[in-house]
Design a protein around this ligand. Structure first.
Ligand code: EPZ
Length: 451
């Protein structure tokens, strides 16, 4: 017996309302940014997820006092007394998240040295950090890689530089931003990521006193300033979580209103959702005859009945279709009539989870070729990164082991859509990025229980 297993009695459409809070992939970075300030920061609407706990632990080890504020989801971070932590203490967090790498610049600015443990995060390919290291070296950091982690110093300080990323990496762009804001002089970053979470991080940094200009064509210019102060910030909502619940509504032929979901950051997803045959209504700013009602809005997603349509899609950097949206949506695509294509162009190995769906009755074949779109970086490198999904398939229950965060959620959706009782192992991994997913499942009428 272990309590990391969920029995999922499938076949019941999900119905109801849930709420998403601040985006995991912004909140964790905004928490790191707090380290750069010389006065306390307040972050609102912070979800209770494991990635937040990891960053909270790392901040605490470095002397940042992190406390819960008066409001639910409010976090107060006081970086007045930043101090060194021992590598043994830091290594407790090894393998738990990708975020520690973003501590490099802030710690170098605050302490003159940094130790970064071995990284974790989802196992969705090799996930190298070469762009990060190259950028840090260009700023003047000395990076010493050892078996237990990475030691960094900046003997001559950090200086603005000209950089061009080989690929618009989210993490490397954040690394550059968090380092350049207090580096001496101007930094010009070309081929930067421009995801909404990056723009929100730039908002946070601007509130702290940074001078950052976003030019056209993925060029970001940062004029370093000698000091920054704390911020007050309400993060953008989690568009990955919102899309995950939307996919759950479609796959189970249900209806879910995701409070807090924001249309602007989900336009690409919404277009695809509509093309498949799903319906949605934007319920933000519920305007009655007398004006906005004051009720919190979001997006209501539902399956209108009848058949879903097959589509050809490829994942891409913003404003393309997010790689983190593909796994939950593929489950819904198993219910669409015809052949759908999912060409994954961001990560080389993010389709492994489809094997589990096949054991449940789906018909998904993965290919090395770049199918259905433009050739990508992985086409010539022998990675199985295109999936063809033939539907509709009747899904049946199975025993499933959760491989990573987003694939894990897709397993859960598949189990909810399938006939019979599935056992889903390793569900705690889902807590890394989905706040209280079991509470939300219960609110939506899902029949699940810990066994
Ligand atoms: C962020 O990861 C997110 N994680 C990911 O979400 C998300 O899938 C990804 O961005 C893309 O949107 C967090 O924000 C914590 P990348 P990140 O650097 O920053 C290659 C989730 O489930 N690359 O944009 O690590 C890399 O291998 C997670 O919430 C290098 O080659 O992603 C990949 O192919 C999973 N060298 C591509 O760039 C480097 O030094 C994009 O990665 C860095 C990246």
């Amino acid at each position: 017996m272990t309590d990391d297993v969920l029995a999922v009695h499938g076949g019941t459409p999900l119905h109801g309302q849930i709420r998403v809070r601040g985006a995991k992939n912004l909140v964790s970075k905004a928490m790191v940014a707090a380290l750069l300030g010389e006065s306390p920061s307040r972050l609102f609407d912070v979800p209770r997820i494991r990635d937040v706990e990891v960053v909270r632990g790392l901040l605490g080890l470095h002397g940042v006092k992190v406390t819960d504020g008066a409001d639910d989801g409010e976090l107060v971070m006081d970086p007045t007394n930043v101090e060194s932590a021992s590598s043994d203490e830091i290594n407790v967090h090894a393998g738990s998240s990708r975020i520690p790498i973003l501590f490099c610049g802030p710690l170098l600015h605050r302490l003159g040295h940094a130790f970064i443990p071995d990284l974790g995060g989802c196992h969705i390919g090799p996930r190298p950090i070469d762009f990060h290291i190259q950028a840090l070296r260009q700023f003047g950091a000395v990076v010493d890689k050892t078996p237990e982690g990475m030691h960094l110093t900046a003997p001559h300080g950090l200086h603005g530089t000209k950089l061009e990323l080989p690929y618009p990496s989210v993490g490397a762009t954040e690394q550059v931003l968090l380092t350049a804001v207090r580096a001496e002089g101007v930094t010009e970053l070309r081929n930067a990521a421009i995801e909404p979470e990056i723009m929100d991080l730039i908002c946070v940094l601007q509130k702290m006193g940074a001078i950052i200009t976003v030019h056209t064509d993925r060029v970001i210019e940062i004029l370093g300033v000698p000091r920054l102060h704390g911020y007050n910030h309400k993060p953008i909502p989690d568009r990955i979580e919102a899309a995950s619940w939307a996919a759950a509504a479609l796959a189970t032929r249900g209806e879910i209103e995701v409070l807090g979901a924001q249309q602007a950051d989900m336009m690409t997803f919404l277009n695809v959702f509509r093309s498949i045959g799903g319906e949605f209504e934007i319920t933000d700013a519920r305007v009655g005859r007398t004006g906005v009602t004051g009720v919190e809005g979001g997006i209501r997603f539902w399956h209108p009945g009848g058949e879903l349509n097959a589509v050809a899609l490829e994942t891409d950097v913003h404003p393309g279709f997010m790689t983190d949206w593909q796994q939950p949506l593929v489950v819904a695509l198993t219910q669409a009539r015809g052949l759908s294509i999912m060409h994954e162009t961001v990560y080389e190995q993010r389709l492994g989870y489809t094997e589990a769906l096949n054991t449940m009755g789906a018909t998904i074949q993965v290919y090395r070729d770049c199918l259905g779109g433009t050739p990508c970086r992985f086409g010539r490198r022998n990675f199985k990164h295109s999936a063809v999904i033939a539907g509709p398939s009747k899904l049946h229950a199975a025993d499933l082991v959760i491989p990573d965060l987003r694939a894990g959620f897709s397993h859960l959706i598949a189990a909810l859509a399938a006939e019979g009782t599935s056992r889903v192992y390793g569900v705690d991994l889902i807590n890394r990025g989905y706040e209280d997913f079991e509470g939300k499942l219960a609110a939506l009428g899902a029949l699940v229980e810990r066994i």
